[in-house]
Design a protein around this ligand. Sequence first.
Ligand code: FA5
Ligand code: MG
Length: 381
Amino acid sequence: RHSLAPSVLHLGGLKLSKQEIVRDDPTNNVPDNIFWKLGLQLHRRDHHPLGILKNAIYDYFDANYPNEFEKFDDLCPIVSTKQNFDDVLVPADHVSRSYNDTYYVDAQTVLRCHTSAHQAELLRSGKTRFLVTGDVYRRDSIDSTHYPVFHQMEGVRVFTKDDWEGSGVDATTYAAEDLKKCLEGLARHLFGGVEMRWIDTYFPFTNPSFELEIYFQEKWLEVLGCGVTEQEILKRSDRVDNVAWAFGLGLERLAMVLFDIPDIRLFWSNDERFTSQFAKGQLGMKFKPFSKYPPCYKDMSFWISDSFTENNLCELVRGIAGDLAEEVCLIDNFTNKKGMTSHCYRIAYRSMERSLTDEEINELQWKVREQVQSKLNVVLR
Ligand code: FA5
Ligand code: MG
């Protein structure tokens, strides 16, 4: 699995060997399988679906806003908690700051969990229109649309009085309407026709805030978050007279819809039957699954303790089974008379590339059971 990892990391112009990154801080919760994905920069490969998508989004902005948006796709994914959280007004007690949700390198340093980590600094440096693409990292659930490393593209556009004056609406309404128009145009550019809907939501850094969902594989799939930038962020970059919008696109989610890619793990595949189906600049193709190998389901029940979290379980399963873990799903949950709570999880194992043997799966499941007991402080039933 290490063959994928470069020996020298390109972390935003900064070149480091893996050995140079200090990982022995007691607060570090970055496992090996995540660490080895640092520096791969799938979004900078022109023949990779994520690179093709990034370039297609660039085309849209170049065509509609010539020479306006400055592009960054090589900013270092290792950022301070200030950049990742404080700068975008994430409250001190917000769940996203927890070790359960975010990968910490040390107490003040994280693997960015969104490209919004770069917003404030770029605004402070005087930039008013920009796109930031990069790999982001999150402890999260395991299924076909969630992966602990994925890619986002951030967009920010600042307006001045000249823009909204005379429009007949207030500055915030003007920005919100421009934002939706811009993103609906982008969706048309990428997909032609597709079924989509706007959902009102909450982000600490925007108000109002929205999510865009697209109908895919018989479900509504959330593909982006966006909104009108909180005035406090603009104030801190000396822009009290401005208004701005911002968005964060989930590139894998958009690429899944665009190329008909059924499972998010495929983006990491080196299998030629996957990689050969994509070519630089080609938006029109649909992925043809080369084969569907059968999944194998294993159930596991245990009494949880107070410290149990699903993210910890998922991390443990990924650590053992890697990309062979297709889904981890809670299928039963009850509390007995003594107040003890039992969870039953179903783990689906499946390779995208080959058939798995019973022996191999049993061995994985055995290790999972062993580590669940020894590391998660639960009691198997
Ligand atoms: C954010 O990350 C905000 N920073 C987006 C934003 C930017 C809002 C600027 C407002 C202004 P969210 O956590 O919803 O929001 O993630 C954005 C998108 O990333 C999601 O809509 C989804 O498409 C994608 N995404 C989130 N988690 C995962 C995951 N585990 N795997 C793959 N894609 C994911
Ligand atoms: Mg969201």
